[in-house]
Design a protein around this ligand. Structure first.
Ligand code: ARG
Length: 260
C-alpha cells in the first residue's frame, strides 16, 4: 500500500476524476490508515511504499505490479501521468528480495486488470491493459490467462467490475453490464455460481473489494452486497474511502496483493 500523502486530482484519466472537485488530503490519509489498520487487525502484513509528490495516483498501489507465486510482473502504464510509478514498484521489489522480476513489454496496469483465481488469471482489456499483455502474463506466470472485454468507461479496470472472493475455490463476484456479451458468456461458463452485483453496488465501486477468503473489505456504500456475501459465509467489512473514490478507486485499488 502507498499512503495518499500527495493525493490530488489534477488530471482526468477516468470518468470518476473531476479536477474541479476539491480533495481533502487529511481525510484521504485518515480513511487510508483505517484500511491499512483493518488489514493489520485481521492479521495481515502490510508493506508501505514511499509516496512521491509528483505521482498523485500512487495511492492506487494495485496498479504497480502483479505478484503470483512470488513472481513479479511489473507494470507499464497507459497514461504518461502515471508512467513513473512502475519503476518505484520495481525498486521496492528488488530491495525486498524478489528475484523473479519481469519488466513488461506491453501495457498492463498490474492488478487493475489482472485478477488471480485458483485456476486462472483473469485479464481485463478495452481501456488500459493491452491485449498483448495477456500473452505476456501467461508466459511469465505459466497460468491460463482469460481475456475479458470491458465496455463501460466507468469500469475502466477489471478490478472495478469483478472481485475474487476465494482464490482457492474460484469464487468471484462481478457486474455483468461492465463486460461485452461474449465476455459475460465466458464468465457465466467459468463461474456459474458467481455472486452477481446489481447496478447501485457497482456504481458505489462495490466490486473494488479485497477478500482474504473469509473477510471481504469493500466500499461501505455497496450495501446490497452485504447480505449475499454473508449468505456465502463471508464477513463483509464496509470501508469509507470517499476521498479516494474521487480518483476512481477504492479498497482494491489501494491494495496490491503479494502472493508468495
Ligand atoms: N486515477 C487512477 C487511474 O485512473 C485510479 C486507479 C484505480 N486503480 C485500480 N486498481 N482500479 O489510473
Amino acid at each position: 500500500m502507498c499512503p495518499p500523502a500527495h493525493f490530488k486530482v489534477t488530471y482526468s484519466i477516468n470518468p470518476w476524476m473531476d479536477p474541479a472537485k476539491p480533495v481533502d488530503v487529511p481525510l484521504a490519509v485518515a480513511q487510508w490508515e483505517d484500511l491499512r489498520d483493518r488489514y493489520r487487525a485481521l492479521g495481515h502484513t502490510v508493506e508501505e511504499l514511499t509516496p512521491r509528490r509528483e505521482l498523485p495516483d500512487m495511492v492506487y498501489a494495485a496498479n504497480g505490479a502483479t505478484v503470483v507465486d512470488g513472481r513479479v510482473l511489473g507494470a507499464r502504464f497507459a497514461h504518461r501521468e502515471r508512467e513513473a510509478e512502475a519503476a518505484a514498484h520495481l525498486e521496492w521489489f528488488r530491495a525486498h528480495g524478489f528475484t523473479e522480476v519481469h519488466e513488461p513489454v506491453h501495457i498492463n496496469e498490474g492488478e487493475g486488470d489482472f485478477a488471480v483465481t485458483s485456476s486462472y488469471v483473469l485479464a481485463g482489456r478495452g481501456f488500459r491493459a493491452s491485449p498483448l499483455s495477456h500473452g505476456e502474463a501467461q508466459e511469465f506466470f505459466g497460468r491460463p490467462v482469460i481475456g475479458l472485454d470491458l465496455i463501460d468507461p466507468r469500469y475502466y479496470h477489471l478490478d472495478t467490475a469483478l472481485a475474487v472472493l476465494d482464490d482457492a475455490a474460484d469464487e468471484v463476484m462481478y457486474y455483468p453490464a461492465a463486460f461485452s456479451p461474449g465476455s459475460r458468456a465466458v464468465l457465466r461458463r467459468l463461474f456459474p455460481d458467481a455472486l452477481i452485483a446489481e447496478e447501485p453496488d457497482a456504481e458505489a465501486l462495490g466490486l473494488n473489494a479485497v477478500s482474504d477468503g473469509r473477510h471481504v473489505l469493500l466500499p461501505q456504500a455497496a450495501v446490497g452486497l452485504y447480505e449475499p456475501l454473508r449468505a456465502r459465509g463471508f464477513e463483509p467489512i464496509g470501508m469509507d474511502l470517499s476521498e479516494l473514490l474521487k480518483g476512481g478507486g477504492s479498497v482494491k485499488c489501494c491494495t496490491q496483493e503479494l502472493r508468495a
